[in-house]
Design a binder for this molecule. Sequence first.
Ligand code: ADP
Ligand code: MG
Length: 449
Amino acid sequence: MNSWNYEVFWKEMLNQIKNSISKEEFSMWFNNISYCSSEENTIVLSVPSNFFMDQIKQRYLPLIKETIGELSGDKINVSFTVAKKDIKEETNKQKISQTEEIKKHPDLREDYSFKNFVVGENNSFAANAALAISNNPGKSYNPFLIYGGVGLGKTHLLQAIGHAVHKNFAGKKKIVFVTAEDFTNEFVSYIKKLKPDAFKNKYRSQDLLLIDDIHFFQNTDRIQEELFHTFNALYGAKKQMVFTCDRPVSELKNITDRMKSRFEMGLKVELNPPAFETRLAILKNKVESLNISISDDILELIAQNITSNVRDMEAALTKLVAYAELVNKKITKEIAQQQLIDVFTTTKPGGISIDIIQKKVAEYFNLSHVDLRGRKRTKAIAFPRQIGMYIARELTEYSTTEIGSDFGDRDHTTVIYAIQKIEGSLKSDPTMEAIINNIIRAVKEHSSK
Ligand code: ADP
Ligand code: MG
């Protein structure tokens, strides 16, 4: 303990100064200074900020020095230290800066966050489930499985869960994001290095395991075996797992039954293609986050022409932006149309022909293509034909009249009846959906080649 204590001078000085300056001035400046400590010939005062300190020095330092000097009869120096006045405020501030300081997770793409994910009717269930899981990982819905077609936001949502858990738990949860392909390759390389235990330890010690594109595990027996044990270990320890897949698990081939049943034992949610409004909202959101200006009618043009894949929409947007920058021109609707013609024609549902649909339906039901297009009305043909009409309506822009004429010169009312009938059985018969999805996938795979 040192023997100097100038606090009493400080207090008396406050009393005196109070009378010599206005009340407002006093409360603004002097209520925010507090006595801190004393050293030989020096009084240390604590102030809330550097800015505050500079102001005090400029405005009041001579007055403070003079008053304290008079009171003590000595020459006393004044020094300042910057410290937060209110302890509560201080801890809050610390908390805030702590959250700011959480390092980014190395496996995750920064832009794949919930903030950047536009919620529409096609994905709201998946997005809300993902949010709930981020707040309570491992507690409910374990595992969580997101499935759906290409470019619909599966990877984005998966990573958003990773970001949110990382942030919600202040970086304290062990999180790994990996594609099924990388998981497999990593396993192989650990085996080669004769370190299978290191691989096991890594994955079985996670709090949150995010595996993207599990359809890649088809035909990989050994990795499925490993995954099976990883799954059981994490599940037993109530650690959250989230998987994505490009199709329903029931349609995966060469995945062991025990693995299939595990993928499906928690919550599974399908991502569907977004409707026009959601597509437009996604584009607007993207434009905003990139801070570029593109008029709404051009965004509408894109949203109208690209219907089943968000990634393709983004690619179209990027293409336009690049073009605008290169030629230094404002994008008009004409330019957009011209520039995107190839994008539009490859992704337009019109790129799928009725012919391909008929072939794939015929293949699926073991019928001849010719029969499907013909006039025969046996039940064995009539039902697949109705499915073909339904799919044609779903995947192409052809009118019911055009579809009818391609299916054995039938009337458009026959097509409408067929569509209603299939819609009806989709509701009542759970196997219908699988059959139709299977055919649709075959059609799309064929058409995208
Ligand atoms: P998937 O994994 O299903 O193939 P991705 O998650 O890679 O699809 O999404 C493709 C692109 O579309 C990504 O850039 C993603 O950010 C974007 N995207 C998809 N859905 C949305 C959405 N609802 N809101 C904003 N961006 C989206
Ligand atoms: Mg993906």
